[in-house]
Write a protein that binds this ligand. Structure first.
Ligand SMILES: [Zn+2]
Ligand SMILES: [Zn+2]
Length: 418
């Protein structure tokens, strides 16, 4: 993939100029030789890893950077490393007046920490990826858990993203499956975006849509090869994950990469954290949820007639929010009050545009096909219902939309079925 071209600013027929502030993306075997040239101008690097990623690749990066490494911060924990205020403070103790670059070696958590600490310190950062597990490498959002609350803070994109195919192909299989799942989820969110253009006249960019869909097509049939850790398939997946991140930067938000399937996955995570209940890792939740959002599209396509929506009262609705979201309910109510979407009757629009809407809904592969993709990478959709149970899944389909300020098929399902 020609990243250098993708990272060059381009004007678009949608009226926007699309750009991304990442300067370099290097994904190849034995990447460190080339990487050395990219850090030529830096002299005082803070290198960050956790004890696993340090063993896996951190010490090789340390060797390659040589005397440029001013400080090494290896975050050691007995259990899992949480991106919280404690980890942030620990990293900050390694910064000096002279530090000119932060290099993180790892995936999600290390990346979120480096994003935040570098942003606060006004320093550039590089991420050396150890797993093709999610599409956040190229994004601005840093997902942290501060004082036990999950927050996403806007920071900056990395100056460089580096991955050695020889290293990431040996990542834990559930991380590779999650990366595949995060990409497969784009079938769902891209469709949500198109749907919202029809229903709400939302801004839509065909170029970014096509670019993101291209990433899905690069990866969708490689489940089997990924299961076998085929280096080419792994390289493709990593490129697609970063490509999607660039697509997000192009529109300035996560619209091309996150829709109803991500809202469901956030629901399971938020409710799981509130109630101390288990949930799948991000991309796995996303691909399982994609199967369920596709089931909704199929239900909608099977409608014989569109009935008027009988809305519950505001009191009834808020009582449900408190029952489901407990301490987080207030925030959710405030968000939905601000959006005002409960006050809008969308049924007349659905009736007027039903043929066009059906055409859009038909574009996603069938739930059976999605199930086949899920199986191809060694996952099993039955695990989803087994972990969450029917009631929790039904609640997610009804209430996950309320966590976000984004129109998706979940709203259409609410308007026409709930
Ligand atoms: Zn555009
Ligand atoms: Zn995702």
């Amino acid at each position: 993939m020609d990243f250098q071209k993708m990272l060059t600013e381009q004007t678009c027929t949608c009226g926007k100029t699309h750009s991304c502030n990442i300067k370099h993306v290097l994904i190849e075997p034995n990447v460190l030789e080339k990487y050395q040239a990219l850090v030529a101008d830096y002299k005082h690097i803070l290198l960050v890893a956790d004890q696993n990623t340090y063993e896996v690749f951190g010490k090789d990066v340390e060797k390659a950077l040589g005397t440029k490494v001013e400080n090494l911060c290896v975050l050691k924990r007995d259990g899992i490393l949480v991106p919280n205020e404690e980890a942030i403070a620990e990293m900050q103790t390694f910064l000096t007046e002279e530090t000119d670059l932060i290099v993180g070696v790892g995936s999600g958590v290390i990346q979120d920490l480096c994003k935040h600490v570098s942003f606060e310190a006004k320093l550039p950062y590089h991420i050396v990826a150890t797993a093709p597990s999610m599409d956040g490498y190229a994004s601005v959002g840093s997902a942290l858990i501060l004082y036990n609350v999950k927050v996403t803070l806007n920071c900056r994109v990395p100056e460089a993203i580096i991955a050695d195919t020889n290293i990431i192909k040996d990542a834990p299989m559930e991380m590779i499956q999650a990366g595949y799942g995060d990409i497969l989820g784009k079938f769902s969110c891209l469709n949500d975006w198109k749907l919202s253009r029809v229903v709400n006249d939302e801004y839509f960019c065909q170029f970014v849509y096509d670019l993101t869909m291209e990433m899905v097509y690069r990866v969708k049939d490689s489940g089997e090869a990924l299961k076998n850790r085929d280096p080419e398939a792994i390289q493709n997946l990593m490129e697609a994950l970063i490509g999607v991140g660039i697509a997000m930067a192009y529109v300035g938000n996560s619209r091309p990469a996150s829709g109803s399937e991500h809202h469901l996955s956030h629901y399971f995570e938020v409710v799981g954290l509130l109630r101390d209940e288990p949930y799948f890792n991000h991309g796995t939740d996303v691909v399982y949820s994609t199967y369920y959002t596709q089931k909704l599209r199929e239900m909608l396509l099977g409608l014989d007639e569109i009935k008027d929506h009988v809305a519950e009262t505001k009191e009834e609705r808020e009582a449900h929010f408190y029952a489901i979201y407990e301490s987080a309910a207030k925030e959710i109510i405030a968000l939905q009050d601000k959006m005002g979407w409960y006050e809008i009757d969308r049924v007349p629009t659905y009736k007027a545009k039903w043929d066009e809407i059906k055409e859009v809904l038909r574009e996603v592969p069938s739930s059976e096909q999605i199930k086949a993709y899920i199986e191809s990478v060694g996952l099993d959709i039955n695990e989803f219902a087994a972990l969450y149970g029917d009631e929790k899944i039904q609640n997610a389909l009804k209430y996950a939309k309320d966590i976000k300020d984004r129109y998706t098929v979940l709203w259409m399902y609410y308007d026409l079925f709930v």
